[in-house]
Design a protein around this ligand. Structure first.
Ligand code: 13P
Ligand code: SF4
Length: 319
């Protein structure tokens, strides 16, 4: 087995040899964020994929992020280190159910969060991420009927800020849905001067008391530019790595989850933190094997990719 230093050395050799770019989401393990050429939120990763001239894109994130990169760059090889890195939110909207909704509601425009499969994107009119959702929804005609899928928490938040009445798909992210409001209120009592930062995938009860609601990138920017010194953070704890490295003198406290056990793939699994177990499947060792063996390659059927690129391009134009 290679040591951490040897893995880093091999990854550095392989990425040069193969003209590969390594991109990582803010929820990735610290060592993956550190070795990546680019770290960003979902929107930034999509934008970066659109402009890279690398032959291989290694996406350290979850499956839908790799799929988005592949749809944007159909002629490049897109790899993810672990093929099981899924997303509970993307799973909560199946293409066949969305197709049925569209059949029954032909007057609705479909706006989908980027956390969706290629098949769902192919049925979508415009894709949004948590960074650009408000901006894009505000550009749509006020009288337009909209289905927002699949995150009901983000959808509800957009409705409350924009005054729209979008119909919401009944989906949610299991990580962001499980933050404990009791624990958050207790933390606020203990640290009255701390600012509460929340990702819009959190439940309304959490968002209602947050001082700042935003995408991973927006929360990071807030921390960097703020004069405040203490923050209570309601999102996946991987973001703390960048927050702490940009602002080593500031204090970050994570909000604990409600339960100590959660259901993953139908099995009760111990949970004592606010990590996304899908994101955490990727490791330095898997990244090395991914580059060495050029696995696991993301494939998207041509006919799906041709449909799915349209709402992604629309998003990139509108954001
Ligand atoms: P961002 O778009 O804020 O990076 O969020 C992606 C995600 O999966 C949040 O759970
Ligand atoms: Fe999906 Fe939630 Fe994990 Fe983000 S944190 S990748 S929405 S399961």
């Amino acid at each position: 087995m290679l040591t951490k230093e040897q893995l880093i050395e091999q990854i550095n050799i392989l990425r040069k040899q193969k003209n590969a770019v390594i991109m990582a989401h803010y929820y990735q393990r610290a060592e993956l964020q550190d070795i990546a050429d680019f770290v960003g939120d979902s929107l930034a990763l999509a934008r970066q994929a659109a402009k890279t001239d690398a032959d291989i894109i290694v996406l350290c994130g979850v499956h839908f992020m790799g799929e988005t990169a592949k749809i944007i760059c159909p002629n490049k090889k897109v790899l993810i280190p672990d093929p099981n890195a899924g997303c509970s939110l993307a799973d909560s909207c199946q293409a066949k159910d969305l197709a049925l909704f569209k059949e029954q509601h032909p007057d609705y425009m479909v706006v989908s969060y980027v956390n969706t499969s290629a098949a769902v994107k192919a049925l979508t009119d415009v894709v949004v991420t948590s960074s650009n959702a408000l901006k894009i929804i505000n550009q749509l005609p006020p009288e337009q009927k909209i289905l927002f899928a699949p995150d009901k928490n983000l959808g509800n938040y957009i409705n409350s800020v924009t005054g729209r009445n979008m119909y919401l798909w009944d989906g949610a992210c299991h990580v962001h849905s499980r933050f404990s409001i009791e624990a958050l209120l207790q933390l606020k009592k203990e640290y009255p001067n701390a600012k509460v930062l929340a990702h819009p995938e959190c439940k309304k009860i959490i968002l209602d008391i947050a001082d700042v609601v935003g995408s991973t990138e927006a929360l990071l920017n807030y921390v960097k530019n703020s004069d405040e010194n203490m923050f209570i953070v309601a999102t996946e704890s991987g973001i703390l790595h960048k927050m702490q490295s940009f602002c080593p003198q500031k204090t970050f406290i994570t909000v604990p989850p409600e339960a100590t056990e959660i259901e993953v793939n139908g099995k009760l699994t111990p949970c004592s933190c606010n990590e996304c177990e899908y994101m955490r499947l990727n490791t330095l060792e898997k990244l090395y094997e991914c580059l060495r063996d050029e696995k696991y390659e993301i494939k998207v059927e041509h006919y799906l990719a041709r449909q799915a690129i349209k709402p992604i391009e629309r998003m990139l134009q509108m954001s």
